[in-house]
Design a protein around this ligand. Structure first.
Ligand SMILES: [Zn+2]
Length: 481
């Protein structure tokens, strides 16, 4: 009896204790993550054993944005690695980088949500449940910040290994000369007009969907194989498609040269009217014209002609492509992205090329190729946080990419307005850029000849600057070689 009563007393105390312990386990929240900004020079000093927990998600000019468990962040501070907490509770939020061209813009942003100034003309922005594009004025450029991936970033003072393509001289090839001569202003003009005729290519609209179908049909008419890459994005789950045409390589079909442009548009009244002639029917027309000329030609490498959607919402289309390309191990030799390549003022006709440090060779190759086949004034800028377009998504995944864009000095005054129309454009400039881009694609993809077919296989090195994307907690973050 006594034993029974003792037992009963023991159980009487143990059961509530166990329930309490269970409740405690379930009640303890998973550790908070913080969004921080770390100087690149400090990031180099993060101890190896802590790297797996610190996910670098964005490169800025001299610093990085990282996602860190809060306990790890306290530890880093103890090691003398300084930084700034941008948001103390990063769980479940959607962050955007926003380009703020004018001095008062950060204050404007604060009307719509939380804004923290980063580099000159760049803010970090987040807001309740809203998708940034749906609430911010059209003049702001947007890049969605992804917190689930480790990006590639350039390390100050570190030499960058270059691929074999970087060292090859650009020699004049009569085939390429002949193809360059086929680029026709009348075709570029007609394509820009056709795209403008959709009234709006704002990604959430049915007319943007129709523009995608139009592009698909154009590639099919050229005899190219073509497919859609559908994806869903934003907090309101908008469905859209990238359009991807292919010219399979004759010798190394697994190696890919990409020429691309975004076909979606925006304006201050985007659902009603967003002609987007310069931004970016011009780049899309260039991709179509390069595809028209090169369709049916033979190259050693595969050429992909890609029209991206949802660039204006935060580079969603190219992020979707680059993420999948990384996951399937696609070997991308180089990406030529064209965004706004047809506006110049009366005097200036300069193309700007933006590269990160590992893609610097690609910018040099473009300049060298343009000088050989289609001379035009070009200025090159090396900055891993520069220029807001689809090449940025490729940089994030460690691929070589460049952006060609008209000179910022004579910035298009109709940018992101309902007045961005064909009549404002300089089609001769668009012809020059298209020719230089076509020649660069051809040089990179290597015209396939019988002589070339007889030579042995060449070693292809994957991106030297490659930095594998990993999810936090699944693998250690590897160092760039
Ligand atoms: Zn654009």
């Amino acid at each position: 009896m006594i034993r029974m009563s003792v037992r009963r007393r023991v159980w009487g105390a143990a059961v509530p204790a166990m329930i309490f312990l269970c409740l405690l386990v379930f009640a303890v929240p998973s550790e908070d993550t913080v969004l921080v900004r770390i100087e690149k020079t400090d990031a180099e000093r993060i101890p190896v054993e802590m790297e797996a927990d610190i996910l670098i998600v964005q490169e800025l000019r001299t610093s990085l944005i990282a996602v860190v468990p809060s306990s790890r962040w306290d530890g880093l501070a103890g090691l003398g690695i300084s930084g700034k907490v941008l948001d103390g509770d990063a769980d479940g939020k959607a962050y955007f980088l926003v380009y703020t061209p004018r001095p008062g813009d950060p204050d404007v942003l604060k009307k719509f949500g939380t804004a923290v100034s980063l580099d000159e003309r760049t803010c970090l922005f987040w807001s309740g449940a809203a998708e940034a594009r749906e609430i911010l004025p059209s003049v702001f450029k947007i890049k969605r910040l992804w917190l689930d991936r480790q990006i590639a970033w350039s390390r100050p003072g570190k030499a960058v290994a270059e691929p074999p393509e970087a060292r090859a001289d650009v020699l004049s090839d009569p085939w390429i000369t002949g193809w360059v001569a086929k680029v026709a202003k009348v075709n570029l003009t007609a394509s820009i007009q056709s795209l403008q005729n959709f009234k709006s290519r704002y990604t959430s609209t049915g007319t943007c969907q129709s523009a995608g179908t139009y592009l698909y049909n154009r590639f099919i008419q050229m005899g190219l194989s073509c497919s859609y890459e559908p994806f869903t994005f934003s907090r309101s789950s908008i469905s859209t498609r990238n359009v991807i045409a292919r010219l399979p390589g004759k010798k190394y079909p697994g190696q890919v040269v990409i020429v691309c442009a975004h076909y979606d548009s925006i304006s201050d009244r985007p659902v009603l009217l967003a002609p987007g002639a310069d931004d970016n029917a011009s780049g899309t027309a260039a991709v179509l014209e390069i595809a028209r000329v090169l369709a049916g030609k033979s190259f050693e490498y595969t050429v992909k002609f890609i029209c991206f959607s949802a660039e204006e919402w935060g580079l969603y289309g190219s992020e979707n492509y680059a993420r999948r390309a990384k996951n399937r191990g696609e070997k991308i030799v180089g990406v030529i992205n064209m965004d706004m390549v047809s506006y110049t003022d009366a005097t200036r006709k300069k193309l700007e090329i933006y590269v990160n440090s590992s893609s610097n060779w690609l910018g040099s190759k473009f300049i060298q190729t343009a000088a050989t086949y289609a001379p035009l004034p070009i200025a090159k800028y090396v900055d891993g946080s520069a220029d807001w377009s689809d090449h940025w998504s490729f940089w994030d995944y460690g691929f070589y990419a460049l952006c060609g864009i008209e000179s910022a000095a004579d910035w298009n005054p109709y940018y992101h307005r309902t007045t961005d129309t064909l009549d404002k454009l300089n089609l001769n400039f668009c012809v020059s850029v298209t020719k230089a881009s076509l020649a660069t694609v051809a040089v990179l993809a290597k015209p396939y000849t019988a002589t070339a077919a007889l030579s042995g296989p060449e070693a292809w090195s994957p991106n030297a600057g490659f930095f594998p994307a990993v999810s936090r907690g699944t693998a250690a973050i590897s160092k760039e070689p």
